[in-house]
Design a protein around this ligand. Sequence first.
Ligand SMILES: Cc1cc2nc3c(=O)[nH]c(=O)nc-3n(C[C@H](O)[C@H](O)[C@H](O)COP(=O)(O)OP(=O)(O)OC[C@H]3O[C@@H](n4cnc5c(N)ncnc54)[C@H](O)[C@@H]3O)c2cc1C
Length: 404
Amino acid sequence: MKIHQPTRAAGLERLADFTAQAGFNYAHKRNFDYGPEADVEADPWRDNVSRLSPYIRHKLLTEQELIEAVIKVHGSQKADKFITEILWRGYFRGWLEQRPEVWADYVTGRDDALRAMQKLGSQRKTYEQALESRTGIDCFDFWMKELIDTGYLHNHARMWFASIWIFTLKLPWQIGADLFLQHLRDGDAASNVLSWRWVAGLHTKGKSYQATKENIVQFTDGRFTAIGLAQEFVPLVESKSYKFRPLKVPPAPPAAAAFALLVHEEDCHPESLTLPGKPALLIGVSGPDGKSPKGVADPVREFAQGAVTDALTRGSDHFGCESVMWNKGQKLADVMKTAGIERLIVPWLPTGPLKDAIGREVNGCNPRWVMRNYDAAIWPLAKAGFFPVKKKAPDALAPLGILL
Ligand SMILES: Cc1cc2nc3c(=O)[nH]c(=O)nc-3n(C[C@H](O)[C@H](O)[C@H](O)COP(=O)(O)OP(=O)(O)OC[C@H]3O[C@@H](n4cnc5c(N)ncnc54)[C@H](O)[C@@H]3O)c2cc1C
């Protein structure tokens, strides 16, 4: 499997290669996990998923341009499956944005679970066996290695992995979600934490995801025996129900004198933001290590930092302005003062680790926020389940010129 380079150019190249597969092939084959060694050159049918997630997660490629690209080639009906998956991402983002306490409780629950595990000898042993690919469950041990070696897992493998983690190995879901955030190049607060909650039976209450031997054997092309899986999948329960807080879409920033634009790893395509003019300075920041108390694996850090560097280079060319990094230990206000700029515009910082790390300091600089029209159209729809979002998406996206 080709390792992802953290540039928009590499993302566009992969998109160009994949677009032909995004219609019929994706719709019929997307659930198959042929593994990292699949020879997609010899058999393009095995090139059945895009592997674009690290680009989408850092907005090196935007959801809007992906949907437009696949509609152009296949039309919206034939590309419906792919578009639906892109909408899932927006659904999870919007859902978490409107229930930020779920993220805060995940962080507390994760830290509690990690502490508790130190005292639970047998749980710690299972955890260590899992990390070292020594559970004896062939598929799980393979995926653990694949996760650590490649920074990617197929969607179906993530579902099976999480189900085995929770129901067979009986490990805390928060520690599994933390492991994913340490190793996935696309590791994302909303898609990751809410998917783990979904597998556990906490997102759709009372409905857990069941990893079965038959399903794994079928959709991995018989690569595994998948022996030793739990037969019971009793959904986890929690006493709390989370309050829905409707998203307030920020008004577009008014035209202004010189302003600096913050370029962070949640949005690495400054050229396509709706801004009140050209920024006088780009200020780059990334902080992927905040995703986990254990920090992140080198490839995850390198991808996030590389994505911001790429965004600064492209942005400087596009806007004809300088760029600087806001480095650890520096004050953002000082970076702006040194440049002689008072106004700051910031692409929306979604709920998650980067907002936890820099949100307060950014707010201290009285920023104006910009939210992408696509996000402003999709996120507020995430009031409950996914299907109302899918149903309302055509009307919500039509004003953007996206005809589903
Ligand atoms: C337990 C678990 C944890 C996950 N953690 C993450 C995560 O941290 N970051 C992340 O981006 N995705 C996560 N996902 C969702 C999904 O597995 C990945 O987005 C997808 O596998 C990425 O591979 P791809 O780009 O080849 O996907 P494709 O099938 O080619 O899909 C195209 C794009 O659609 C979006 N997408 C596809 N499936 C989903 C989905 N189920 N939910 C949300 N968006 C989706 C992604 O942006 C993806 O790149 C998780 C799923 C599970 C079950």
